[in-house]
Design a protein around this ligand. Structure first.
Ligand SMILES: C[S@@+](CC[C@H](N)C(=O)[O-])C[C@H]1O[C@@H](n2cnc3c(N)ncnc32)[C@H](O)[C@@H]1O
Length: 257
């Protein structure tokens, strides 16, 4: 059932299928090699993964079976910065096929998560970002002591104009997933340093910019919504090159009774 949240004047909210359904349906297809999720809370969005999975959150609240059919599940109860600094991905030589970034919703945190995730991704991999399309101004606050009582997207909307400026060749598709969009990044360049080199300047330039300052029309000029439901009905073609042959996926040969 679609969510019905009030819409503030001037906003064009994402009105397509709910992001968690998109992800669940995506994971029901043939598995990927490596799936990374940052910001997992109850595990709802990685429980259905059938891929080798890495889940990172400083405060998990999981009370369900999240192992399900995964050949491997690595759980890190720490911040994404600490996780990347640990060198785990390098140590196991993981090249990420698909990642979903839904951790701390301040733009500089998401920017670091993108930089670190891309560096460990396959060049033909895909990175999904949550909550980049807010549907009111209150939810974009950076004031962590006074968050709105309902949805909070923080100011990760800034990532769209930042990537357009610093990574103009990156493919950015904004799915119309309710309630606050799902952005898919492809055309990755794992060795590209333009974001990491400019990181301090980007943070200085953008920290104090509000969506009101920036302008809603200017924000919406950055993208056109892509129909997530059509993506699903079409069999998630954009992910097909990343799917493992089912026979390649690890399956136990013998299970004791
Ligand atoms: C919006 S919830 C994730 C929800 C989940 N992906 C879903 O769709 O059901 C955001 C999560 O980010 C986690 N988080 C906060 N700061 C983080 C950080 N620095 N690194 C990684 N995760 C963080 C929080 O603990 C919280 O569980």
């Amino acid at each position: 059932m679609a969510q019905t949240l009030p819409v503030e004047s001037g906003f064009r909210p994402a009105a397509g299928m709910i992001y968690a359904r998109y992800l669940k349906s995506l994971h029901q297809g043939a598995p990927f090699d490596w799936y990374l999720e940052i910001g997992c809370r109850k595990g709802n969005t990685f429980a259905g993964s059938r891929s080798k999975t890495i889940a990172v959150d400083p405060y998990f609240q999981v009370d369900q079976n999240v192992i399900t059919q995964k050949p491997a599940l690595h759980v890190f109860q720490q911040t994404s910065d600490d996780f990347f600094a640990s060198g785990f991905l390098k140590a196991i030589k993981a090249k990420l096929s698909f990642s979903f970034l839904d951790g701390m919703h301040l733009f500089e945190f998401l920017l670091r998560d993108i930089i670190n995730t891309e560096a460990h991704s396959r060049a033909d991999g895909i990175i999904a970002l949550h909550d980049c399309i807010p549907f009111d101004h209150a939810m974009t606050t950076r004031d962590l002591d006074n968050l709105p009582s309902r949805a909070w997207t923080g100011d990760v909307w800034k990532i769209l104009p930042i990537l357009r400026q610093y990574r103009p060749k990156m493919q950015i598709d904004v799915l119309d997933c309710q309630p606050s969009g799902l952005v898919l990044l492809s055309g990755l360049k794992p060795s590209d340093k333009s974001l990491s080199k400019a990181y301090d300047q980007i943070v200085a330039d953008w920290a104090d910019v509000t969506l009101q300052d920036y302008g809603l029309d200017r924000f919406y000029d950055q993208f056109e919504f892509v129909d997530a439901r059509a993506d699903r009905i079409g069999g998630f073609q954009r992910f097909s090159h990343l799917r493992l042959d089912e026979t390649e996926a690890t399956r136990p040969e013998y299970i004791t009774p």
